[in-house]
Design a protein around this ligand. Structure first.
Ligand SMILES: Cc1cc2nc3c(=O)[nH]c(=O)nc-3n(C[C@H](O)[C@H](O)[C@H](O)COP(=O)(O)O)c2cc1C
Length: 193
């Protein structure tokens, strides 16, 4: 059990942090974030090892441009608040994708299971997203997870393959506040012998 404590602490320490500064912690570079996400994306489990996960990192003017376009698409001042914070208070965003060709190949190779493969890709993506979230926070950053998927997709650089669908955005920066209080439901894991 001793060996797993650090892993469990990393999982418990992953929280939603909305208050961010557009900086990186001392000693951390965007290359460190890239390597972290790269290794998680590479090793993520997937249906029949189809490896549908893709990711890229936006910083600098590209991050600002993408989030500015989301702000501009929002209909009310209230709706603009979150994407504005992503644009102005975060250092960058990790965009998580699924390569749809991987799902299509599974559907063609294993036609009997065709209808479950889109959900399998979502689950595989979710695992990679949340592992990345926990790991980037373990690097000393704060993060929150957003889902402005079609608007982000429309504003991405032109060379991102059209067969990649956007599943989420992990917004990161230096923490400028703590996570909110969190209540936990009773959800005991039972053992049946
Ligand atoms: C699948 C999923 C979707 C989420 N979508 C959003 C989102 O669109 N915007 C947001 O601010 N937080 C989003 N969250 C974050 C949750 O609100 C947050 O994880 C939850 O309130 C628990 O807080 P914690 O992250 O601090 O543990 C999402 C989380 C998950 C797992």
């Amino acid at each position: 059990m001793a060996n797993v404590q650090e892993f469990l602490n990393t999982i418990e320490n992953r929280r939603t942090i909305y208050n961010l500064k557009p900086e990186l912690p001392e000693g951390i570079t965007v290359e460190d974030i890239k390597e972290t996400v790269q290794r998680i994306t590479k090793n993520g489990p997937s249906a029949f090892n189809s490896q549908p996960n893709r990711a890229l990192i936006l910083t600098g003017t590209t991050h600002k441009k993408v989030w500015d376009s989301v702000v501009n698409a929002m209909p009310t001042d209230n709706a603009k608040m979150r994407p504005k914070a992503c644009r102005d208070e975060a250092y960058g965003s990790v965009i998580f994708f699924v390569e749809e060709k991987a799902t299509q190949k599974l559907q063609s190779d294993f036609a009997a299971f065709a209808e479950v493969f889109p959900a399998c890709a979502q689950q595989s993506s979710g695992a990679v997203q949340i592992e990345s979230w926990a790991a980037v926070e373990a690097l000393g950053l704060g993060c929150n997870l957003q889902h402005y998927n079609p608007l982000v997709r429309a504003a991405l650089p032109q060379d991102v393959p059209t067969s990649w669908t956007v599943h989420s955005q992990l917004i990161f920066g230096v923490k400028n506040g703590e996570a909110g209080a969190k209540e936990f439901n009773e959800n005991p894991v039972k053992i049946y012998n």
